[in-house]
Ligand binder design. Structure first.
Ligand code: SF4
Length: 360
């Protein structure tokens, strides 16, 4: 691992308001805290003597801090390798042309927009502050400014969604200059607004149908599925996120961020005040020795390429035993060929059950 460039994730914990389904760590944006936060990020990055080939500003709504992010990139320039993928998450309501221009000039080369839907009634029910036209305009602005790698998030199983409305969102998105789509199913998490006041949602079977529709429609539009929830035009897969599923190391900076570094997995508390005040972020270990076959295989099976037989030798796993376990799983859920074992899109829907049968 020592000579390999790492991923750098920076959690930006500010939003304009809290969406009722969200359990990411974020607080209300305040300009006065943003500068202290930036200094804490820089202090923490300087503690690592590493070079990064992917940098990902996630949140929260990182684009709110576009000036601070441009400054961070300037100051850590020597730690970023040439041709690094540098991503920022952007919510349409907080995106301005000025912000996109400054970020583009500072080296950001990938923008991931939190579109979620291109139907205004669905966006309203999700508590989003943007409407479909704002989302479309942001994507067009990013393209005109020069961004060639633009991603959009889409949500499945949300209030008011039906086959037709999802079909509309997908096909309108596909007409835009985007290269990548992440499609997530809504999950109601404890402690969120939706947990306290649950909205009326499509049932589980219907949401599974929506997932299959998404996979099929995106494929028709030239976005191939490379992970359970991720689709890309050829060679536009997220290099940063692939590090997670390929069990490569990365460093997380900021409250609630996670890291896999020096052979250990660790995380930072969800507390911005503490992050700002501590000389270095306070970490707690989440996994002391994560390099097991179970964990590796679980992550690999999220990918369309699945488990490659060439790679299992490092864990001392017997290929024939693995194939025998895979053969018990219904054929429509899993594929076995000479290169490896991988799930079908129907298999992705039941991935937790299948993974359990296959590796435990
Ligand atoms: S904008 Fe994103 S991070 Fe912020 S509250 Fe909404 S879903 Fe959560």
């Amino acid at each position: 691992m020592a000579n390999k460039d790492l991923g750098l994730y920076i959690h930006v914990p500010f939003c304009r308001s809290k969406c009722p389904y969200c359990d990411f760590y974020s607080i209300k944006y305040s300009a006065s805290t943003a500068d202290d936060y930036k200094n804490a990020v820089l202090r923490n990055i300087s503690a690592y003597d590493e070079v990064f080939d992917t940098v990902y500003f996630g949140g929260g709504t990182p684009i709110l801090l576009y000036n601070e992010i441009a400054d961070i990139l300037k100051q850590i320039n020597l730690k970023i390798s040439a041709n690094a993928e540098i991503t920022i998450e952007a919510n349409p309501e907080s995106t301005t042309k000025e912000a996109l221009e400054i970020l583009y000039e500072s080296g950001v080369n990938r923008v991931s927009f939190g579109v979620q839907s291109l139907n205004d009634d669905e966006l309203l029910a999700l508590g989003r502050l943007h409407n479909s036209q704002t989302a479309i305009n942001s994507i067009i602005d990013a393209c005109e400014i020069g961004f060639k790698n633009i991603s959009a998030d889409l949500m499945l199983g949300i209030p008011y969604q039906n086959r037709q409305s999802l079909y509309h969102s997908i096909n309108e998105l596909a007409k835009l200059p985007i290269t990548h789509i992440s499609a997530y199913m809504l999950k109601i998490e404890e402690g969120t607004g939706f947990y306290k006041n649950p909205p009326k949602l499509p049932d589980e079977d219907f949401t599974s149908d929506l997932y299959i529709l998404t996979c099929d429609e995106l494929e028709k539009n030239g976005f191939f599925q490379y992970e359970i929830s991720n689709f890309a035009k050829r060679s536009f897969e997220s290099k940063h996120n692939l590090k997670y599923w390929d069990s490569e190391e990365y460093i997380g900076i900021g409250p609630s961020s996670h890291s896999f570094y020096g052979g250990r997995r660790f995380a930072v508390l969800r507390n911005l005040r503490e992050f700002i005040e501590m000389p270095l972020q306070n970490i707690y270990i989440t996994e002391e020795n994560p390099k097991t076959f179970d964990e590796w295989a679980m992550l690999k099976l999220r990918l369309s390429k699945g488990i490659l037989f060439d790679e299992i030798g490092q864990f001392g796993v017997n290929k024939d035993e693995l194939i025998n376990k895979a053969k018990i799983i219904p054929k429509q859920l899993i594929n076995i060929d000479e290169t490896g074992i991988y799930l079908t899109k129907e298999g992705f829907l039941l991935s937790n059950n299948i993974i359990e049968k296959l590796i435990f």
